[in-house]
Design a protein around this ligand. Structure first.
Ligand code: USQ
Length: 382
């Protein structure tokens, strides 16, 4: 089976490529290095350097004798996409090729414009290419739990039956995001759903929570194969940030009251969820939605967990509630359903002390690369 990973250079894309290559799939990765370039432009490079795709695929081949093809180019460019699809004819497309940061999308007009154009343009071109070159292919798109926002009622797994004036209809669960990035993910879901209805696409849309972690099975023994690890305010997710802050002796940056609750997952579970989705495809004409997370935590709970893990390594961790640069609810109801992936076989990893300690040990090796000015810059969302 031929699997194309759009955004195959990213934090999740490259580890996914290695995992599926190891499992015997024929893999192509495609990327325009957007993440690398934005990080360089904003002076927020990740904790350690990672080789470019030319080198990554060479190292992978040395280690495993398995080949990963790669294409450097922009999915907004139709001629690039058409050539790639015509040559590779994917059976599955895993779509990570988006500007992934909520804070970046709220930085300024240019960042907002880039996020809208990139995220919608890329999704549209992938849909058009599937129609033209691989009409039976399965599109697996990484969406986000943030599409739903934080409503006062339970969050269902993608769909909800609504009774109104004695009649009933199944709709997509209402979506209302609290960043522009998350709003583009809603629009991406809408585009897919439209073309599922028009053209009978086969789609899995994964509503993923914030991911944490460094190691996956394929990178554990060769650090040159590790994914990016961002700890900065723009591209770092909260657990990864807190681990780096703890190691650096920087008080953990709990935004506002710290009651913001989200569904989190280990990077290894992201790979497992994507693999399970691939191995259990939906029908043609089906828009299948899974809520992709394992456990829910408030920011305060995360900070306490990191503090406790710090004790294991004799690191004194300070927690500091600072003024929230984001516009979000700091105390709210949160009860999302997440049974779909468990039903198709997900065996979750949990956020244990050992997991945090292992991350801290790895980060400690790169302690000299941590720069305080990257940790917090206070981008105001309102
Ligand atoms: N937070 C802090 N302190 C920090 C960083 C974050 O209190 O130093 C809080 C945020 O205010 C937020 C929560 O932690 O309430 C999560 O923030 P995050 O930066 O880890 O996650 P978010 O911005 O929502 O975005 C991340 C990924 C994005 C993915 C999303 C899933 O960057 O690609 O779609 O997680 S979700 O949050 O479920 O929408």
């Amino acid at each position: 089976m031929r699997v194309l990973i759009a955004g195959g250079d990213g934090y999740l894309g490259w580890p996914t490529a290695m995992k599926l290559s190891q499992a015997g799939y024929d893999i192509a990765v495609a990327d325009n290095y957007l993440r690398r370039n934005l990080a360089r432009d904003e002076d927020v490079e990740p904790l350690y350097d990672v080789p470019n795709l030319h080198d990554r695929v060479k190292i992978w081949e040395e280690q495993t004798q398995k080949k990963i093809s790669f294409y450097i180019g922009d999915f907004q460019d139709w001629s690039f996409v058409a050539k790639l699809f015509d040559e590779f004819r994917p059976d599955v497309i895993i779509h990570y090729a988006e500007q992934p940061s909520a804070p970046y999308s709220m930085l300024n007009r240019q960042a907002a414009d880039l996020t809208i154009r990139n995220n919608l343009g890329v999704t549209a071109n992938i849909i058009f290419a599937v129609k033209e070159f691989s009409p039976d292919a399965h599109i697996i798109k990484i969406g986000t739990m943030g599409e739903y926002g934080t409503p006062e009622i339970d969050i269902e797994e993608g769909w909800i039956n609504i009774k109104h004036k004695g009649r009933e209809h199944k709709f997509m669960y209402p979506r209302q995001a609290s960043s522009l990035y998350h709003t583009t993910k809603i629009m991406g879901t809408d585009l897919l759903w439209f073309y599922v209805r028009m053209w009978g696409l086969r789609v899995t849309d994964l509503m993923q929570g914030p991911v944490y972690g460094i190691f996956t099975d394929e990178s554990r023994n060769d650090h040159r194969l590790l994914p990016f690890f961002s700890y900065d305010e723009l591209f770092g997710t909260v657990i990864n940030r807190f681990v780096v802050q703890a190691v650096a002796g920087y008080p953990l940056t709990v935004y506002g009251k710290g009651g913001q609750t989200r569904g989190y997952l280990d990077i290894r579970d992201t790979l497992n969820c994507v693999t399970l989705s691939l191995e259990n495809p939906p029908e043609k004409g089906e828009h299948r939605i899974f809520n992709q997370f394992v456990e829910t935590f408030s920011v305060n709970q995360l900070a306490e967990k990191v503090k406790e893990a710090g004790r294991e390594l004799e690191i004194e961790v300070e927690i500091k509630n600072i003024e929230n640069p984001r516009k979000e609810l700091e105390e709210h109801y949160y009860n999302p359903v997440h049974t779909g992936l468990l039903e198709i076989g997900l065996k979750p990893h949990y956020l244990t002390k050992d997991v945090l300690v292992e991350m801290m040990e790895c980060v400690t090796k790169h302690k000299d690369n941590i720069h305080d000015h990257k940790i917090f810059r206070g981008t105001q969302w309102a």
